[in-house]
Design a protein around this ligand. Structure first.
Ligand SMILES: CC(C)(COP(=O)(O)OP(=O)(O)OC[C@H]1O[C@@H](n2cnc3c(N)ncnc32)[C@H](O)[C@@H]1OP(=O)(O)O)[C@@H](O)C(=O)NCCC(=O)NCCS
Length: 169
């Protein structure tokens, strides 16, 4: 995908554009992540776990670099408000996948993932990996990924369960 390309689709979340993320998106992306964790993940993770995962509405110092690493795609609505984002590192590790809570289950991540997988194939990646939350596991399984391990990761002193997953392209 050329750096200037953007893609358009009408989803159950309404019409969406997918484009590359930029530094000016960083604050909105962190706010979306914070809400996705604190509200969107509430069915699967306790308040204590969610606070460890996303402790503050203010991004950490490392956030912009993490967000913009590798292929960073954001989905916006027609007035430019971010609805979700996904990132794929140079190491074929799919790091971030977050959707605004009120848009969950409406195909936002599906659209982002379709473009990320095309970008991965264009970069010649043979296998993708990720560590998926309880919510992301069924999403990735639907995209043809396999669970390779269940694990507890320590985040800010709290154990969070997630799933190592991979997909051969
Ligand atoms: C995981 C997440 C990114 C998925 O985004 P989404 O936009 O809700 O996913 P989509 O609507 O595009 O789902 C696509 C398909 O995956 C399936 N799917 C997605 N989430 C699912 C879930 N929790 N359970 C079962 N199936 C699910 C749906 O069947 C859907 O298929 P359909 O389009 O035919 O209905 C989103 O739920 C989220 O942000 N969760 C909170 C934060 C989080 O856990 N992030 C992942 C960190 S690893």
């Amino acid at each position: 995908m050329s750096r200037v390309t953007c893609f358009f689709r009408v989803t159950r979340a309404g019409p969406l554009r997918v484009r590359f993320g930029r530094s000016s998106d960083s604050d909105a992306a962190w706010a979306l992540l914070y809400n996705a964790v604190q509200t969107g993940a509430a069915s699967q993770y306790t308040q204590r776990e969610r606070n460890a995962w996303a402790p503050s509405p203010t991004p950490p110092d490392t956030w912009q670099r993490t967000f913009l690493t590798g292929t960073c795609l954001v989905a916006t609505n027609m007035v430019g408000r971010m609805q979700g984002f996904m990132t794929l590192g140079e190491d074929a590790y799919l790091d971030l996948a977050y959707v605004a809570p009120r848009q969950m289950g409406k195909g936002v991540a599906g659209f982002l993932y379709e473009r990320i997988e095309i970008a991965a194939r264009n970069q010649g990646f043979a296998q993708l990996s990720t560590e998926a939350s309880h919510l992301a596991k069924p999403f990735f399984q639907r995209q043809g990924w396999q669970v390779t391990a269940r694990q507890d990761v320590i985040r800010n002193g709290v154990a969070l369960t997630n799933f190592r997953m991979s997909k051969t392209l």
